[in-house]
Design a protein around this ligand. Sequence first.
Ligand code: GLU
Length: 368
Amino acid sequence: MYLKNSKIIVIKIGSSLLIDNKKKIRNKWLFEFSKDIKNLLNKNKKIIIVSSGAIAMGCKKLNLSKKNLKLEKSQAVASVGQIELMNLFNKNFIKNKINISQILLTLEDTEQRRRALNAKRTFENLFGLGFVPIVNENDSTATTEIKYGDNDRLASRVAQISGADVLILLSDVDGLYTKNPKLNKSAELIKEIKNIDKNIENIATKSIGEHGTGGMKTKIDAAKICQLSGCKMVIANGLPLRPVKKIINENNCTWFLPKISKLDARKKWIISSISPKGELIIDEGAKDALKKGKSLLAAGIKKVIGKFNKGDHIKIIDKNYKECARGLSSFSSFEIEKIMGHHSNEIEKLLGYISKSEVVHKDDMVEL
Ligand code: GLU
């Protein structure tokens, strides 16, 4: 089962799971859902929740109808509703001793490398603190042109940024059917999709407007982002109690399998950096080691060019000034100045603190 081997899981829940069509809050559902989360946390999985519902909760609080709500007003409504939403999560999750935090992202936060890296680090630090981040789009500042508008695509970007293994889209349908199941008895649930071909796109387009906020189209868009990020994605029915448990036990849902591995996706991302922040000149021994797929160690570094921070993209250059690799540095340029030419076991003494032994880890590097 795909969830069993996953370390980082992003779960997106739509507004209709939190508030029913009579505007009643589904407290019992959320409390039961928190047991699903607890169960995953107990198995050492790292969880991020992407939740819609700010506008729906705001409408409830202000006694407004979601229909015909103008953008400007909806931004204010979302601002009111986001607190209500988080209070709702907190109230239910705390009963299972789950600590939550809030992250509001905009389209730009996820598209711009630097901001995306910041978000990634925040997720990692929250995992370290034992908190479950709950993400929503920052509806109060996003304008139409720079807005996701649907949390399906936002969730897939969150999955990509956080290096998630699986994205679960909890919706109000079981998954993608061959035909509209409400109209055709012969409709069958598609269990696994490797290739999003014309046929799949057609089925998805036809189901627009039938269900939930984003409809199937945005879910397919999300699946495409996941496929290129090495992340599996599943569309499952979130309406029943304990929906994640149901995926594990019954697997009555639609899985989208990635096209490339997570490692390859990461490497592709490294290579696409437009402006590396610095350069490391290495000796022939280190160059041979890189060719064999090994990490770059301090001993093989001859010179540091430029100023960069830990985690920045850098070029790795040989003595003839030929670029041989690109990677993410595990140290700042300042630290590398101190440790270059030295054996890895001297690093702690030279810096005065414990750190990684590789300057650029092989998983963070692409050989050219
Ligand atoms: N961000 C919106 C909200 O919280 C929802 C977007 C969506 O429904 O996908 O109300």
